[in-house]
Design a protein around this ligand. Structure first.
Ligand code: 2RA
Length: 335
């Protein structure tokens, strides 16, 4: 059933990815409203052969809207998403504003699509590093419960937005030309460098990205007792996140069983070519829907064959953000 659709934050990296994915998947809409900050008001965007004029995002933007995709930052989600829901729209929010709100479903369709129907007007899209990490872990956890998960992330510039992607490119040129790198989108040089994820640090010494991984995974899995710890790092890669994941299972698990389960798992592609030492790279995952999984091997340091290591790569703008949100919207149309 077609719907009246709005996109809040349409000029940002994720907003632009929304448009690409809506077109690719032929998402059914009768009208489309493009919303952004006052700075972008009046900007023209051509989409599916039609020219749209960007309107300023206000609390009155959502009359008659059925579904509103938000990726305009947490502050704007807090300010405008409740007004959109009150106007009758169902908001799919890519920010962290409502993810841990008990009344807001936090959804990865391959994992907990059933949670969508409990929404009260707002559905939260999980953080990109959470989505990319847990899509391949869930099918394993369903068969053999994961007791502990240790994650190290290698996160692309796109996670910090379009300006950050542009900065990676510009800095690379500056450095190769022998010029001092310009740091605006990131606090440090990103080209030819890496640094601890630049989200705020909590009193426990963990940054927000790491804390999101822990709390969001527990909520999505509905598994408050699962032990998780994370280290999140920004690397000079354009748009795909990679993650090294160590898993401790309740019962013995073998690499062969993991490959078998993942080969049948939705949203996952196994790329585990030991013969040619060929495993997922960001350039493999960029532009793809699936999360790629390789380096599937036993963790011999754990007893009874209960430990497994994997390496994953996923497109941060697609499955990590816009695709997951559009998949939620597709499920909404089926309700
Ligand atoms: C990052 N996860 O990669 C954040 C973006 N939402 O910085």
């Amino acid at each position: 059933m077609a719907c009246h659709l709005a996109i809040a934050g349409v000029t940002g990296a994720v907003g632009q990815e929304f448009l690409s994915i809506l077109e690719e998947r032929n998402f059914p809409f009768t009208t489309l409203k493009m919303l952004a900050s006052s700075r972008s008001k009046g900007k023209k965007i051509t989409f599916k052969g039609k020219e749209y004029t960007v309107e300023e995002l206000t609390k009155d933007s959502f009359a008659g809207i059925d579904i509103a995709l938000f990726s305009a930052g947490g502050g704007r989600s807090k300010e405008f998403a409740p007004a959109a829901a009150k106007a009758g729209a169902v908001v799919v929010d890519n920010s962290s504003a409502f993810r841990m709100d008990p009344g807001v479903p936090l959804v990865v369709p391959e994992i907990n699509a059933e949670a969508i129907k409990a929404h009260k007007g707002i559905i939260a899209n999980p953080n990109c590093s959470t989505i990319i990490g847990i899509v391949p872990v869930w099918p394993l956890h369903q068969v053999n419960p994961v007791k502990r998960m240790v994650v190290s992330t290698y996160q692309a510039a796109s996670g910090a937005g379009a300006a950050a992607m542009a900065e990676l490119e510009a800095q690379s040129r500056e450095i190769l030309d022998g010029r001092k790198p310009t740091c605006n989108a990131f606090p440090y040089q990103i080209a030819f460098n890496c640094f601890s994820h630049n989200s705020a640090l909590g009193p426990d010494g963990y940054n927000e990205e790491e804390t999101k991984m822990v709390k969001e995974t527990r909520k999505i899995f509905n598994c408050p007792d699962i032990a998780i710890t994370a280290t999140c790092v920004r690397i000079p890669v354009m748009r795909a996140h990679c993650e090294s994941i160590n898993l401790e299972f309740a019962d013995p698990m073998t690499p062969e069983k993991v490959r078998e389960l993942l080969a049948a798992a939705p949203g996952v592609t196994v790329m585990d070519d030991r013969e040619h030492n060929r495993f997922p790279m960001p350039i493999d995952a960029s532009g793809m829907d699936d999360v790629l999984v390789g380096r599937i091997r036993q963790d011999e340091s754990l007893p009874d064959n209960r430990g497994i290591n994997i390496w994953v790569a996923g497109d941060q703008l697609r499955k990590g953000a816009a695709l997951n949100a559009v998949q939620i919207a597709e499920r909404l149309l089926e309700l």
